[in-house]
Design a protein around this ligand. Structure first.
Ligand SMILES: C[S@@+](CC[C@H](N)C(=O)[O-])C[C@H]1O[C@@H](n2cnc3c(N)ncnc32)[C@H](O)[C@@H]1O
Length: 276
C-alpha cells in the first residue's frame, strides 16, 4: 500500500472497490491496526497510516481476500461486548450464541453452572464477567481449546472463579455426585454430511470437532438427554444451542422425558432449547 497523501476513507475504498462484501472486515482491520473506533476511520482527519501499518494492513487484507475469517487474521472476536482471543484451534464465537447469555440474564444468579464444550470460553467467561453464576465448571475435550479459554478468562475476568476441566462428554469423568443448577452448551451440531456445503471460510478454517459430531448432528443432544437427570439439581435446567438442521420434532422426541421450551433468535429462527 502506498501511504502518501490519501485519506483513510480513500484507503478503505481502494480495498473494497472490487468487493463491497468485505467492507466490514476491512473496517475491522483498519480499526485494529490504527487502534481506533469505526467512527474515527470516517471522521478523524488527524488519523494517518505509516508505512509499517500500511504493510500490515496489506497483509491482513490479502489473508481475508483468500478466505481466512477476519477474526483469525486479527486473533480476536467480539462476543457480548468483549473481545476474545481466538486462533484456528477454536470456533469463532457467534452472535447467535449471545441468546444464551440473554436468557441467563433474565434468571436470578445461578449457584452452580456447568458448560460442556467451552471452546474459546466466550460463554463461560461472559457468564463470569456478568456475574450470572457463583461457581462455574467448564469442560472441553481439547486441551488446546481449554488453554485459550483460560487465557481469555485471565484477560477478561481474572478474579472470577471458573474451573476448567478436560473431559469427553461421552465418557465423562466429572464427579458423579456433582449436581448443577444450570447446564449450558453450544455443542457441535452440524450433521457431517452438511460440512461440504458450508462456506469455505468455515469449512477450511474452523475446527471440525467444534462444528460436527461426525454423525447426524443429534449425538450431543442424545447424551444430554441421558446425562441430564444425573447432572441437574431438582429445579435445574439445560440451555442448549441448536442449529437449522436440528429439527424440533427430533429434538422433542430426544427430550420426551423432559419439559421442553424453544427460544428464537432475532431472525425468528429456533436457536436455544431449555430442557428441565
Ligand atoms: C460449537 S463449539 C462451542 C464453543 C464455544 N462454547 C462457543 O459457543 O463458541 C463446541 C465445542 O465442543 C467441544 N467438544 C467436541 N466434542 C466434545 C466432547 N466429546 N466432549 C466435550 N467437548 C467436546 C469442541 O472442542 C468445541 O470447543
Amino acid at each position: 500500500m502506498s501511504t502518501a497523501k490519501k485519506s483513510i476513507i480513500d484507503f478503505i475504498k481502494s480495498y473494497t472497490s472490487e468487493n463491497l462484501d468485505i467492507k466490514y472486515e476491512i473496517e475491522l482491520i483498519f480499526q485494529d491496526v490504527l487502534n481506533c473506533k469505526k467512527i474515527d476511520l470516517y471522521t478523524n482527519k488527524n488519523l494517518s497510516i505509516n508505512n509499517n501499518q500500511g504493510q500490515i494492513i496489506d497483509d491482513y487484507v490479502k489473508r481475508v481476500k483468500s478466505g481466512e475469517p477476519v477474526q483469525y487474521v486479527l486473533s480476536k472476536a467480539p462476543f457480548y461486548g468483549r473481545f476474545f482471543f481466538v486462533t484456528q484451534d477454536v470456533l469463532i464465537p457467534r452472535f447467535d450464541s449471545e441468546l444464551i447469555i440473554d436468557i441467563l440474564n433474565q434468571h436470578e444468579v445461578c449457584d452452580k453452572l456447568l458448560e460442556i464444550g467451552v471452546g474459546s470460553g466466550n460463554l463461560a467467561v461472559t457468564i463470569a464477567a456478568e456475574q450470572l453464576a457463583n461457581e462455574i465448571i467448564a469442560t472441553d475435550i481439547s486441551q488446546k481449546k481449554l488453554d485459550i479459554a483460560i487465557h481469555n478468562k485471565k484477560n477478561i475476568c481474572p478474579n472470577s472463579k471458573i474451573k476448567f476441566i478436560i473431559d469427553d462428554f461421552f465418557n465423562s469423568h466429572l464427579c458423579p455426585n456433582e449436581k448443577f443448577d444450570i447446564i449450558i452448551s453450544n455443542p457441535p451440531y452440524i450433521p457431517q454430511h452438511q460440512i461440504v456445503h458450508l462456506d469455505n471460510s468455515v469449512k477450511n478454517h474452523e475446527p471440525i470437532d467444534a462444528l460436527t459430531d461426525g454423525y447426524d448432528g443429534f449425538n450431543f443432544y442424545k447424551q444430554f438427554a441421558l446425562a441430564g437427570n444425573d447432572l441437574l439439581k431438582e429445579n435445574g435446567f439445560m440451555l442448549l444451542e441448536i442449529g437449522v438442521d436440528n429439527d424440533l420434532k427430533s429434538l422433542y422426541d430426544i427430550f420426551s422425558m423432559y419439559d421442553f421450551k424453544v427460544y428464537k433468535d432475532i431472525n425468528k429462527i429456533p436457536r436455544v432449547i431449555k430442557i428441565s
